[in-house]
Write a protein that binds this ligand. Sequence first.
Ligand SMILES: [Ca+2]
Ligand SMILES: [Ca+2]
Ligand SMILES: [Ca+2]
Ligand SMILES: [Ca+2]
Length: 414
Amino acid sequence: MAFLALAMRLSISIPRRAAPLFYADAFIIALAFVAVVGNCLARDLTAPTNHPPTISPIPDTLGCCVCLGITGIKFHVDDLETPPGALLVKATSSNQELVLDQNLFLGGTGTNRTMSIFPTANVRGEAIITVTVTDGDGASARTSFKYTVRCDTYRGSFVDDFNGDGQADILFQHTDGSLAVWFMNGNEDLLTSSFLNPTGVADPRWKIAATADLNGDHHTDLIFQHADGTVAAWLMNGINLVTATLLSPSDPGPGWRIVGAGDVNRDNHDDILFQHDDGSLAVWLMNGTNLVYAAYLNPTRPADPRWRVVGTGDFTQVGAVDLVFQHEDGTLAVWLMNGVDLVQGELLHPAAPFDKNWRVAGTVDLNRDGRTDLLFQHTDGSVGVWFMDGVKLERATLLNPSHPGDGWRIAGPK
Ligand SMILES: [Ca+2]
Ligand SMILES: [Ca+2]
Ligand SMILES: [Ca+2]
Ligand SMILES: [Ca+2]
C-alpha cells in the first residue's frame, strides 16, 4: 500500500513540476556550455601554441663502394619550444638491402647533427634516406635524400673524379706542359674547368701516361712518362699536387711505354701496364709507387704490333682490368682479361669510328652507369665520347664544348 501511495504521489507531482524543471535544466546546460567555451578561449589566449621543429635539407649523396661507409653528413635541427638537444632525430632507409636502418648512425649535439651511412658490402643501388626530427610535444618534420652506390670496381669509384662530386672528370695536357681538368656533369657536358696546381710540368716532355690511385687515399694520382722513358707520379689531393716522385724503379727499359693502369691482380693496389714498341705487353704490379713484381701478359703480345693499348676499362663488369686496343687503321678491340690472362678478344661494335682520325684518348665511365666509356680526340683537336654498353656502342656524341682549344690533348683518365 505504501508503495502504491508513493507511485500515485509521483504520478501526480511530475506533470506539475515538468515545466520549471525543463527551464532550469536548460539554464544549467547553457551555463556549462559558456563555462566550457570560456575555458577553451582562456586556454587559447594563455597557453603557447606548439610549432613543429625544423630540419635542413640534405643533398643527395653518392656512396663509395670500397670504403666502409661515409661519415660526416651534416644537417641542422631546431625548434621554438623544445631545446635543440632534446629533439629526437631518427633516420630510416627505403632500401634495407642496401642500407639497414641500424646502419644509419646519428651524431652531433644541439642544432648541429651528423649522420654516417654504412651500406651493406657489395650491394649497389639507391635508397631514400629519411631523417625525422620530433619535438617534445610530438610534432615532427622530415627531410629525405637519395643515397646511391653504383660503382662496380675499385677503379671506377673515384679514380677519375678530381673535385669529389662523384662525377668523372677529364684531364688535358697542353703541348706546352700545362695541365687542366674538365669537371663534367655526368654526361658529355662540361660544368667548369680548372688548371691543376701547379698548373703544369716545367718540361713538356713529361706526359701524363695513365691515372691511378697509387697510394690508396681515394685521390686520383697522375702517372707520367718522360720522352726518355723515365716514369714518375704526382700523388694528388684533388687538383693539388701533394708529392711528386719517381717510380721505383724509374726506368722501365728502352722501348717500353706506359699505356694504362688498374688493379690487375685485385689486391687493391693499382698496377701499371706497359707496351713495348714491338707490341709486347707487361704489367708492373705495384705497392704504391714501388714495383713489386713485373710480368708479361698472356699472351705476350697481339699478333700485329700496330695494335696499341689506348686505355683500360671493365667491359664485363667483373672488376677485371680489360685492355682497349686501337689499330693504326682505326679499328677498335678489347681484350677481356682475368688478371694477366686474356680470356677473350673482341672487336667493338661498331669496330671503328667513322673517321680513323678519331683516336681513343681516354677510358672512363663518364655517365656512371658502371660501364666504361671511350673518350676520343680527333687529330683536329675535337673531342667526343662513345657511351658503351660493354663492347657495344650505345651513343656517340661530341663533348660540349667540342673543342678544348689549340694544343690541348686529352690525357686521361685511362
Ligand atoms: Ca668530378
Ligand atoms: Ca692517390
Ligand atoms: Ca694490384
Ligand atoms: Ca658508362
